[in-house]
Ligand binder design. Structure first.
Ligand SMILES: [Cu+2]
Length: 126
């Protein structure tokens, strides 16, 4: 009886350890919780294209002396009435201001500045 209990607790302890490891990996790695900065400077987004993992937050920082915005391509330069997950619609970001978005699904997300429509950027989420 005791022997079979001991045998039973071995694999269970292993499963518990594996589960703990998975939780640790999920919280510390794989892009979850990390932040990537994109600047708007000299009327350009820099870097223009970034590749990130699901769960990463992108923060746009306006380093120019003029307002910029971050607007998903799909909105065709019109501010949407509602903004869904993985959609970008910052409205004007004043000089020194920031805008953040956490990407929750893989995809290629193109955006531009509503004020300067020649400013383009791409977020690739893997
Ligand atoms: Cu702009």
């Amino acid at each position: 009886m005791r022997r079979s209990q001991r045998i039973g607790s071995g694999p269970l302890a292993l499963v518990a350890m594996a589960a703990t490891l998975v939780i640790l990996l999920a919280s510390s790695g794989c892009g979850a919780g990390t932040k990537v900065i994109v600047t708007a400077e000299g009327k350009q987004f820099n870097p223009q294209t970034i590749t990130i993992s699901v769960g990463t937050t992108v923060e746009w920082v306006n380093k120019d002396q003029t307002a910029h915005s971050v607007l998903s391509d799909k909105f065709h330069d019109q501010m949407p009435t509602s903004v869904g997950p993985n959609e970008l619609a910052s409205g004007p970001i004043e000089p020194g201001g920031t805008y953040q978005k956490t990407f929750t699904a893989p995809g290629t997300y193109k955006y531009d500045c509503m004020i300067h429509q020649y400013m383009h950027g791409v977020v690739i989420v893997r």
